[in-house]
Design a binder for this molecule. Sequence first.
Ligand code: 1SD
Ligand code: ZN
Length: 256
Amino acid sequence: AAATWGYDKGNGPSVWYKNFPKAGGNRQSPVNIDSKTCKSHTFSHPLKANYSSEANMEVTNNGFTFVATIKGENTISGGPLETTPYKLHSFHFHWGSDDSHGSEHTIDNKSYPAELHLVHWNYQKYPDFAEAAAAEDGLSVLGILLKVGEANPVLQALCDAMDKVQACDSKHTLDQAFDLASLVPEDSIKFFTYPGSLTTPPCHESVTWLVSKEMLSCSKEQLSHFRALIGKNTAPLVNNYRPVLALCNRSVCSCD
Ligand code: 1SD
Ligand code: ZN
């Protein structure tokens, strides 16, 4: 069947609302984060990821992104989530065709070459991920921007895995355990937070967004592995990001 959405001219973000009306709502993501005007807020519990290592991690090129699905129990809590643990379901990336763009969130109107999304769900409240994904307090996504710099050894395991799934709709199982914990800042995470949505159709308004102030560094060579993936219709899988939307009646909090 023809894809009902994508990132191309005829099926891209500007027309998603036609098939997915929630995309036209006023709690949509991503947004620009204005670091100077957002309010500082101190939550009673620090934001902490409780991640371990994932054996036999499965990665997929699904034609929209490179995604790793997680079987182990890894959680995040604190910050706006308070004491409710949200469980890591999967992680994926968004990236551009060159280093000047690719991230979904922008900081002070600046784009970064890629953005990692660690997708968590409120597993103590909802029976399954799909139900959580449609509920107002169902998901929390930790976004980490990638900036060009030193090659990152943790990302290298993923870049190597990307080479195994260059073909659209292919899968691979990593033979070395993947160190999830080293993707996220050690100890407590400094972050921006706001209420938002999935950045892909159906764009449910179900996400408590956490955007890390600390970025991951990634070399230009490493970014070339992302851009070598093949998307739907045999074209390179690049520019799989949704541009920023209006904050409408929301504010972003800055939390250290
Ligand atoms: O794009 C992802 C999508 O692939 C899926 O993981 C969804 C959760 O069901 O989340 C969105 S996103 O908002 O994390 N980009
Ligand atoms: Zn995403």
